[in-house]
Ligand binder design. Structure first.
Ligand SMILES: Cc1ncc(C[n+]2csc(CCOP(=O)(O)OP(=O)(O)O)c2C)c(N)n1
Length: 718
C-alpha cells in the first residue's frame, strides 16, 4: 500500500510559532494559509464540475460528472477540522459533502477530479460515486470508506474509537494513545438509527469520538425541524450524560477554530465524546440532479449566499494575517493546481471492465495488494490450521464446540474480540459464550447496547482498525436492524477496489428450537446472506464442522455469517467428536455423508439430520446425501458430480421455498447436469409461511422425515 502524499498547498512560514494577533487563531495546529488553500481548491473543484455539467452539450460526454455533489458553503469549517485531525491513528468517517476535509487530509486534486469522472484508479477505480471517498493511510489519519446511506457513517466510527482504546490499553500499543475518531454528518443524519446507536456507544463507553454536525438547514428539501424538534440537535442533547456539546457558526473562522479546538482537545484528552454543531449555508442544490428552485425561495437562496464562508474567511485574515498579495498568490496557486489536476484526471483511462468481478472476495495470491483492515496476511498465516480432524476427541455439543473454538482463538489471537447483547456477563442467551468474559476480561468479551446496527457497524470499524471482531446477533431475525451495515460490510472491499476490507465474523443463532418456534426466534432465511455481495455463509450441521468453519472464518479474509441452528446447540443431533484446536474446514467444501447411486439429496444445517433419517429407510446404496456446510460459496462441483452419477436430485431446506437457496441449486443442476437428469429436480422446504409457535403448527410447516422420504420416493419413481 502506498503512502498518500501530504496535502499540497503553501505552508505558512512560522505557522508553527503562534502569533497572538487580532485575527487568526493562535493555535499552531491551524495553518491559515493551508486553510485558505484547501477551501479555495474545494470551491474551484465544485466550480469546474458544475460549469462542465451546465455546459453538457458543448463538452465531451466523458468529461461530465454523472453524479455531482458540491460542498459549496461547507468548506471552511471542514478544513479547519482537518487541521486538527493530525494523530497517526486518528480516523474520520465522512459523507458525500466532506471533500474539503478530505483535501486537507491528503486527497489529491487529481483523484478528487478523476473519481467523479469515473476514471481508473483513485479510491474506487470507477466503481463508486466520486464523492464517496476513502483514504487508507497507514502513516497518518485514515478516512474510513464512506457509504451512500445517510447515517451509516456513525457506528463504524464508534468501532474505530473503541479500537483506539483496545490498541492503547489492552494491546499496550502506546502510539494509539490520544488518537480520536471523528464522524461528520448533516443535520438530517441526526434522525437516523446510526446516529443514535453511535451516540449511545460513545457515551456509555466514554469513547474518544467527536460528532461533527454541519447544519445547512436542509436534508435535500426537508427542513431541520423535521429531523430534531426545534431544529437544533445541541439544545436537545444539552442534558445527555457524558457528552460535551458545543454549538456555533461554521462561517465564522475564529469561532469555528475555537469550538473545534475545544472539542478536539476534550476528546483527545480522554475526557469522553463530544458533539459540535456548526451552522453553514448550502450554496448549491443538494446534488447535480436536484433543482432546488422547487422548494427554496429566491429570498432563502440569497440569504444563504450572503453567508458564504469564503469572503468571511478573507476579511478575517486579510490584512491582519495575510496581505492582499498573499491571498491572490494562493488563488493563483489554486487555479494552477486545479487546472493541472483536471488535465491529469482527464488524461486517465477509463476503468477496465474486465476487472469488475475482482475484489468481491479477497484475493489471497501473494502478489495481490493487502487491503487496509482485518488481520494481515502474515498474521493469518502464522495462525495456520489443519484440515485433518484430531483423533479421539470427546463428544461435544454444538454449543460447547463453538465456545471451545472461541476460547482457543481468544488465547492465540490477542486481536480477537467477542461481543453482542448479553454475551459478556451472562454468557449469551444460548450460553455459548459462558465463562469467556471471566477468563479473558471485559475488554475482550463484552456486552453491547441493544442495537444491532451498532453491533455490526462497530465490528466493521474495529476490523478496519486491525482487530478481529466476532459479533453475536442474538437471533437471526434481529439482524434485520443491521441490514444496512451488513450489506455495506459485504461490498466494502469491492467498492474500494481492495483498498479496505472488514472481514468480521457474525455468529447468528436461528431456525426452529427444540419443539418450539415463532416468527421472531426461529427464522432461518439464510438465503438473504447468500444473495448479499461479499459474504461467506456457514450453515454447519454438527459440532465438528462448526469448529472448523468458525475457525476458518476467524482466520480468514472475508466477512462471514456463521449460522448456529437452535435445534442443534444442545442436542445429540448437533453433537460430534471435537476435532482439535487447530481444525479448519475450508469454505465451499461439501461433505458426502452417505454414498448412493439412486438419488442425490442436498441439504445443510438442521435438515441434514432429517434427511439422514429419511435416507436410512432406502437401503444401502440408494441415497447419496450431501451436506453443503456452506452456501456461500457452495460446492457445485460436488453436487454436480453426484447428480451426474445418480440422475436425480432432491434439495431440502428449512428456509422458505420461494427464492430459497434450493432454487439456486436447482437452476444450476438444471443447466449443468441437464442431460444426466432422469427426473425433475425437487425442492422440499417450508411452504412460504412464517415459523409458528405451537408444536402442532410447527410440525405442519417444517419438512418432516416422512415428507422428505415421500419426496425421495417420488423422485426415485419419476
Ligand atoms: C439511508 C438513506 N436514506 C435516504 C437517502 C437519500 N438522501 C441522500 S442525502 C439526503 C439528505 C441528507 O441531508 P443531511 O444529512 O442534512 O446532509 P446534507 O446533504 O444537507 O449535507 C437524503 C434523504 C440516503 N442517501 N440514505
Amino acid at each position: 500500500m502506498t503512502t498518500l502524499p501530504v496535502p499540497r498547498g503553501p505552508r505558512s512560514r512560522g505557522a508553527d510559532k503562534p502569533r497572538k494577533d487580532s485575527a487568526g487563531s493562535a493555535d499552531p495546529r491551524i495553518d491559515w494559509r493551508r486553510v485558505v488553500y484547501h477551501a479555495l481548491v474545494s470551491r474551484a473543484l465544485d466550480d469546474v464540475e458544475e460549469a462542465t455539467n451546465r455546459n453538457k452539450t458543448s463538452v465531451p460526454r466523458e468529461h461530465v460528472v454523472l453524479y455531482q455533489f458540491s460542498a459549496r458553503g461547507h468548506e471552511v469549517a471542514q478544513v479547519i477540522l482537518g487541521a486538527l485531525i493530525n494523530h497517526r491513528h486518528d480516523a474520520a468517517s465522512a459523507y458525500y459533502r466532506s471533500r474539503p476535509l478530505l483535501l486537507s487530509l491528503g486527497l489529491t486534486i487529481d483523484d478528487a477530479l478523476a473519481s467523479p469522472l469515473g476514471r481508473a484508479g483513485g479510491f474506487s477505480d470507477g466503481r463508486d460515486i466520486g464523492v464517496v471517498c476513502n483514504i487508507p493511510n497507514r502513516d497518518g489519519p485514515v478516512v474510513l470508506p464512506m457509504s451512500g446511506d445517510v447515517g451509516s457513517q456513525y457506528t463504524p466510527c464508534a468501532g474505530w474509537a473503541q479500537s483506539i482504546r483496545y490498541h492503547a490499553q489492552t494491546l499496550e500499543e502506546r502510539e494509539w494513545d490520544n488518537a480520536i475518531g471523528v464522524v461528520l454528518g448533516g443535520e438530517a443524519s441526526v434522525a437516523t438509527n446510526g446516529f443514535w446507536s453511535a451516540l449511545t456507544i460513545a457515551t456509555t463507553l466514554s469513547l474518544p469520538m467527536l460528532f461533527y454536525i454541519e447544519d445547512n438547514g436542509l436534508g435535500i428539501s426537508v427542513r431541520g425541524d423535521m429531523q430534531t424538534p426545534g431544529g437544533d440537535i445541541t439544545r436537545n442533547l444539552a442534558s445527555f450524560q457524558n457528552l460535551f456539546v458545543r454549538n456555533g457558526d461554521g462561517t465564522d473562522p475564529e469561532q469555528t477554530a475555537a469550538l473545534l479546538t475545544e472539542c478536539v482537545d476534550h476528546v483527545r484528552g480522554g475526557r469522553g465524546p463530544a458533539l459540535v454543531r456548526l451552522t453553514v449555508p448550502r450554496l448549491c442544490s443538494h446534488s447535480g440532479p436536484d433543482n432546488q428552485r422547487g422548494y427554496r425561495t429566491e429570498a432563502e437562496i440569497s440569504s444563504d449566499t450572503e453567508r458564504d464562508p469564503l469572503p468571511r474567511l478573507r476579511s478575517y485574515l486579510v490584512p491582519s494575517r495575510l496581505s492582499d498579495e498573499d491571498w491572490s498568490a494562493i488563488e493563483t496557486e489554486v487555479q494552477r493546481d486545479v487546472q493541472a489536476g483536471l488535465d491529469a484526471a482527464r488524461a486517465r483511462p477509463n476503468p477496465d471492465p474486465s476487472t469488475i468481478a475482482r475484489w468481491v472476495y479477497a484475493d489471497d495470491t501473494p502478489d495481490s495488494a493487502e487491503a487496509f483492515g482485518g488481520l494481515s496476511r502474515a498474521e493469518r498465516s502464522a495462525l495456520g490450521g489443519t484440515t485433518s480432524a484430531a483423533d479421539g476427541g470427546d463428544v461435544v455439543r454444538f454449543a460447547e464446540s463453538v465456545r471451545r473454538t472461541l476460547r482457543r482463538e481468544l488465547e492465540v489471537n490477542p486481536k480477537l474480540v467477542v461481543f453482542g447483547e448479553d454475551v459478556g456477563r451472562k454468557g449469551g442467551v444460548h450460553l455459548v459464550t459462558e465463562g469467556l468474559q471471566k477468563q479473558f476480561g471485559a475488554d475482550r468479551v463484552f456486552d453491547t447496547s441493544l442495537s444491532e446496527e451498532g453491533i455490526i457497524g462497530r465490528a466493521v470499524g474495529m476490523s478496519i482498525a486491525g482487530l478481529a471482531p466476532v459479533a453475536e446477533i442474538q437471533f437471526r431475525k434481529y439482524a434485520d436492524p443491521a441490514a444496512e451495515q451488513l450489506n455495506n460490510c459485504g461490498t466494502l472491499r469491492w467498492r474500494t477496489a481492495n483498498r479496505f476490507a472488514a472481514p468480521i465474523v457474525v455468529r447468528m443463532p436461528g431456525g426452529f428450537g427444540e419443539d418450539v418456534g415463532d416468527p421472531w426466534h426461529s427464522l432461518s432465511d439464510e438465503v438473504r446472506f447468500a444473495h448479499a455481495y461479499g459474504w461467506q455463509v456457514a450453515m454447519p450441521s454438527n459440532a465438528a464442522d462448526a469448529v472448523g468453519l468458525l475457525r476458518s472464518a476467524m482466520r480468514g479474509a472475508n466477512p462471514t455469517v456463521f449460522f448456529e441452528h437452535r435445534s442443534l446447540l444442545m442436542t445429540s443431533d448437533g453433537s460430534a467428536r471435537y476435532p482439535g484446536d487447530d481444525f479448519v474446514v475450508p469454505f465451499g467444501s461439501a461433505t458426502v455423508l452417505r454414498q448412493g447411486s439412486g438419488v442425490t439429496v442436498v441439504s445443510w444445517s438442521a435438515m441434514v439430520h432429517r434427511c439422514a433419517e429419511a435416507a436410512a429407510g432406502f437401503g444401502d446404496d440408494v441415497v447419496e446425501l450431501i451436506d453443503l456446510r456452506t452456501i456461500a460459496p457452495w460446492d457445485h462441483a460436488c453436487v454436480l458430480e453426484s447428480v451426474r452419477k445418480t440422475g436425480r436430485c432432491v434439495i431440502v431446506h428449512e428456509d422458505s421455498l420461494t427464492a430459497g437457496f434450493g432454487a439456486e441449486i436447482a437452476a444450476r443442476v438444471a443447466k449443468d447436469a441437464f442431460w444426466h437428469l432422469d427426473a425433475p429436480v425437487d425442492r422440499v422446504a417450508v411452504e412460504n409461511v412464517p415459523m409458528p409457535y405451537h408444536p402442532v403448527l410447527l410440525d405442519a410447516v417444517l419438512p418432516s422425515v416422512e415428507m422428505i422420504a415421500a419426496r425421495i420416493e417420488a423422485t426415485l419413481r419419476a
